[in-house]
Design a binder for this molecule. Sequence first.
Ligand code: RB5
Length: 145
Amino acid sequence: MRVAIASDHAGFEQKQQLVDFLASELKVDTVDCGPDTDGRVDYPDYAVKVANMVATGAADRGVLVCGTGIGMALAADKVAGVRAASITTPEFADLFRRHNDGNVVCLSGRFVDLDVNKDIIKVFLTSEFEGGRHAERVVKIMKLD
Ligand code: RB5
Protein backbone atom coordinates (compact mmCIF):
# COMPACT_ATOMS: atom_id res chain seq x y z
CA MET A 1 0.00 0.00 0.00
CA ARG A 2 1.22 3.50 -0.83
CA VAL A 3 0.30 6.37 1.51
CA ALA A 4 0.72 10.08 0.72
CA ILE A 5 1.06 12.43 3.69
CA ALA A 6 1.32 16.20 4.12
CA SER A 7 0.68 18.91 6.70
CA ASP A 8 0.71 22.63 7.26
CA HIS A 9 2.89 24.36 9.89
CA ALA A 10 0.45 23.42 12.69
CA GLY A 11 0.70 19.76 11.82
CA PHE A 12 4.35 19.73 10.78
CA GLU A 13 5.87 18.30 13.95
CA GLN A 14 3.44 15.37 14.09
CA LYS A 15 3.71 14.86 10.32
CA GLN A 16 7.45 14.32 10.63
CA GLN A 17 6.87 11.68 13.30
CA LEU A 18 4.03 10.07 11.36
CA VAL A 19 6.15 9.76 8.21
CA ASP A 20 8.61 7.78 10.31
CA PHE A 21 5.84 5.72 11.89
CA LEU A 22 4.33 4.83 8.50
CA ALA A 23 7.62 3.91 6.88
CA SER A 24 9.49 2.31 9.77
CA GLU A 25 6.79 0.77 11.95
CA LEU A 26 3.89 0.08 9.59
CA LYS A 27 6.29 -0.51 6.69
CA VAL A 28 4.09 1.08 4.06
CA ASP A 29 5.38 2.87 0.98
CA THR A 30 5.22 6.50 2.20
CA VAL A 31 5.29 9.65 0.07
CA ASP A 32 5.98 12.84 2.04
CA CYS A 33 4.32 15.68 0.12
CA GLY A 34 5.73 18.31 2.49
CA PRO A 35 6.29 20.82 3.77
CA ASP A 36 9.97 20.35 4.61
CA THR A 37 10.11 22.99 7.35
CA ASP A 38 7.75 24.34 10.00
CA GLY A 39 7.39 27.73 8.29
CA ARG A 40 3.88 29.08 7.86
CA VAL A 41 2.03 27.67 4.82
CA ASP A 42 -1.57 27.51 3.61
CA TYR A 43 -3.15 24.09 4.28
CA PRO A 44 -5.15 23.92 0.98
CA ASP A 45 -1.85 23.91 -0.96
CA TYR A 46 -0.84 20.69 0.80
CA ALA A 47 -4.27 19.11 0.97
CA VAL A 48 -4.50 19.22 -2.83
CA LYS A 49 -1.14 17.46 -3.29
CA VAL A 50 -2.29 14.44 -1.29
CA ALA A 51 -5.86 14.57 -2.62
CA ASN A 52 -4.62 14.52 -6.23
CA MET A 53 -2.35 11.57 -5.54
CA VAL A 54 -5.26 9.58 -4.10
CA ALA A 55 -7.71 10.68 -6.81
CA THR A 56 -5.33 9.64 -9.61
CA GLY A 57 -4.34 6.35 -7.98
CA ALA A 58 -0.75 7.49 -7.40
CA ALA A 59 -1.46 6.72 -3.72
CA ASP A 60 -3.96 4.31 -2.17
CA ARG A 61 -4.63 6.43 0.91
CA GLY A 62 -3.84 9.90 2.19
CA VAL A 63 -3.01 11.40 5.58
CA LEU A 64 -3.22 15.15 6.23
CA VAL A 65 -2.32 16.96 9.44
CA CYS A 66 -3.21 20.56 10.32
CA GLY A 67 -4.17 22.28 13.57
CA THR A 68 -7.62 20.71 13.77
CA GLY A 69 -7.83 18.45 10.72
CA ILE A 70 -10.90 20.40 9.63
CA GLY A 71 -9.38 22.74 7.04
CA MET A 72 -7.49 19.90 5.40
CA ALA A 73 -10.71 17.88 5.12
CA LEU A 74 -12.66 20.79 3.64
CA ALA A 75 -9.97 21.30 0.99
CA ALA A 76 -9.29 17.64 0.16
CA ASP A 77 -13.01 16.87 -0.25
CA LYS A 78 -13.17 19.34 -3.16
CA VAL A 79 -11.11 16.93 -5.28
CA ALA A 80 -13.28 14.46 -7.20
CA GLY A 81 -12.81 10.90 -5.99
CA VAL A 82 -11.64 11.90 -2.53
CA ARG A 83 -13.54 11.05 0.63
CA ALA A 84 -11.79 12.97 3.40
CA ALA A 85 -12.83 13.62 6.99
CA SER A 86 -11.41 15.07 10.17
CA ILE A 87 -10.94 12.11 12.52
CA THR A 88 -10.07 12.38 16.21
CA THR A 89 -10.61 8.85 17.58
CA PRO A 90 -9.71 5.33 16.41
CA GLU A 91 -13.41 4.41 16.66
CA PHE A 92 -14.33 7.07 14.12
CA ALA A 93 -11.42 5.96 11.92
CA ASP A 94 -12.90 2.46 11.90
CA LEU A 95 -16.39 3.70 10.95
CA PHE A 96 -14.92 6.10 8.39
CA ARG A 97 -13.46 3.07 6.62
CA ARG A 98 -16.26 0.55 7.20
CA HIS A 99 -19.19 2.83 6.35
CA ASN A 100 -17.78 5.71 4.27
CA ASP A 101 -14.88 4.03 2.42
CA GLY A 102 -12.79 7.04 3.46
CA ASN A 103 -9.54 7.43 1.57
CA VAL A 104 -7.99 10.52 3.16
CA VAL A 105 -7.80 10.87 6.93
CA CYS A 106 -7.31 14.37 8.33
CA LEU A 107 -5.69 14.66 11.74
CA SER A 108 -5.31 17.35 14.39
CA GLY A 109 -1.71 18.12 15.26
CA ARG A 110 -2.72 20.59 17.98
CA PHE A 111 -5.52 18.87 19.90
CA VAL A 112 -4.88 15.14 19.53
CA ASP A 113 -1.84 13.34 20.96
CA LEU A 114 0.64 11.71 18.62
CA ASP A 115 -0.07 8.25 20.03
CA VAL A 116 -3.79 8.60 19.36
CA ASN A 117 -3.07 9.78 15.82
CA LYS A 118 -0.84 6.73 15.32
CA ASP A 119 -3.71 4.49 16.43
CA ILE A 120 -6.08 6.32 14.10
CA ILE A 121 -3.72 5.74 11.17
CA LYS A 122 -3.28 2.07 12.05
CA VAL A 123 -7.06 1.56 12.04
CA PHE A 124 -7.51 3.71 8.93
CA LEU A 125 -5.08 1.49 7.01
CA THR A 126 -6.45 -1.85 8.20
CA SER A 127 -10.25 -1.51 8.51
CA GLU A 128 -12.11 -2.66 5.42
CA PHE A 129 -15.10 -1.04 3.71
CA GLU A 130 -18.22 -3.13 4.37
CA GLY A 131 -19.92 -2.42 1.03
CA GLY A 132 -23.59 -3.47 0.81
CA ARG A 133 -25.99 -0.71 1.82
CA HIS A 134 -23.01 1.53 2.58
CA ALA A 135 -21.78 1.21 -1.01
CA GLU A 136 -25.06 2.56 -2.36
CA ARG A 137 -24.71 5.61 -0.11
CA VAL A 138 -21.10 6.20 -1.08
CA VAL A 139 -22.10 6.03 -4.77
CA LYS A 140 -24.67 8.77 -4.07
CA ILE A 141 -21.95 10.90 -2.49
CA MET A 142 -19.58 10.37 -5.41
CA LYS A 143 -22.30 11.41 -7.86
CA LEU A 144 -22.12 14.85 -6.21
CA ASP A 145 -18.49 15.29 -7.40
C1 RB5 B 1 -3.54 27.21 11.05
O1 RB5 B 1 -3.41 28.21 12.01
C2 RB5 B 1 -4.87 26.49 11.24
O2 RB5 B 1 -5.91 27.31 10.87
C3 RB5 B 1 -4.87 25.21 10.42
O3 RB5 B 1 -3.81 24.42 10.80
C4 RB5 B 1 -6.09 24.32 10.54
O4 RB5 B 1 -6.40 24.04 11.86
C5 RB5 B 1 -7.27 24.73 9.75
O5 RB5 B 1 -8.31 24.06 9.73
